[in-house]
Design a protein around this ligand. Structure first.
Ligand SMILES: [Zn+2]
Length: 307
């Protein structure tokens, strides 16, 4: 049992966001088509799950509002850039179900670790707010699932997406069982993520970086993330995996190459393996240049397979 699983759902392509929207159905297709060339992966589908799980992460009123808001035709906006369509109803649930399946699979030793290329993404959605293409915070739900169902005491969420994950910060601000670590372009969308934002238990670790950050500069900053991770000794590592730090990404201004995604993944897994015993689940967040996204995700998965 040393395999990496890919958990994704066909329903993600029915989450329509409108022509020209960067968070488009082709993102997941670009990744899965690229990963299908890799013959050593396990492929799986999302779990069905008790929707009460969502209540650990989101306010009940928010969940009810979301469930009632899916249009029967056309599209609707949950915030300035978060669009939903009829197909979004199943896609949002299957995005969470994919991460649940990934955790169950790791816990049951069906595979070593997993990557979930899901849509919609999650790290901008807060307890009671959809934001920045995100509706349910998939990765945050999975952190609560680890704590509630499997009694984990130290779960780390590493979020290298070029945008700070304000949703994680909002949801875990007062949760000493979760360490949230983010490198991101700053100042930039969504506006949060200064070094002064530390959480109530010193459990939020923000590493803001300027536009134009190069690979070398990024790797130096990443060392700070690794030191903090080692200090925390996570029992399980969740990755809020954005790929929009790539130099070709249209939404941000970092200068990373596809190969860098192999290196940052490898270094993170190497530093944490003695604590996590290799238990890692990675969830897709951003990444908007289809070519760069597919290449970078492939590099990320290559590194996951080595552990
Ligand atoms: Zn992003």
């Amino acid at each position: 049992m040393n395999k990496t699983a890919i958990i994704s759902s066909d329903t993600s392509i029915n989450h329509l966001t409108g022509d020209g929207h960067p968070e488009q159905p082709k993102r997941v297709l670009a990744i899965t088509e690229r990963l299908k060339k890799n013959k050593n992966l396990i492929w799986d589908k999302p779990a069905t799950f008790d929707h009460n799980i969502l209540k650990k992460t989101h306010d009940e009123d928010y969940i009810n509002m979301v469930q009632k808001s899916f249009p029967s035709e056309g599209m609707k906006f949950l915030d300035g850039d978060t669009v939903i369509s009829p197909g979004s109803k199943d896609a949002t649930i299957d995005a969470v179900g994919s991460v649940i399946k990934a955790i169950d699979g790791v816990e049951q030793k069906k595979f070593k670790n997993a990557f979930c290329p899901v849509r919609p993404p999650g790290h901008h959605s807060e307890k009671d707010k959809a934001m920045g293409f995100c509706i349910y915070n998939n990765c945050a739900v999975s952190a609560h699932y680890l704590i509630e169902k499997f009694n984990y005491k130290r779960v780390a969420i590493w979020d290298p997406d070029v945008h700070q994950g304000n949703g994680h910060q909002n949801i875990f601000w007062d949760n000493k069982n979760v360490l949230y670590l983010s490198t991101h372009q700053y100042p930039f969308y969504p506006g949060t993520g200064s070094e002064k934002e530390k959480g109530n238990h010193n459990n939020i670790f923000n590493v803001p970086l300027p536009a134009g950050t190069t690979s070398e500069e990024y790797l130096n900053a990443h060392d700070r993330v690794l030191n903090k991770l080692v200090e925390f000794k996570p029992e399980f590592l969740l990755i809020s995996m954005g790929f929009d730090m790539h130099k070709d990404d249209p939404l941000a201004q970092f200068e990373l190459s596809s190969k860098d995604f192999y290196e940052i993944t490898r270094r993170t897994l190497l530093a944490t393996k003695k604590f996590t015993n290799g238990k890692v689940v990675s969830v897709l967040e951003g990444g908007y240049d289809l070519n760069a996204l597919a290449e970078s995700a492939n590099e990320h998965v290559n590194a996951l397979q080595e552990f």
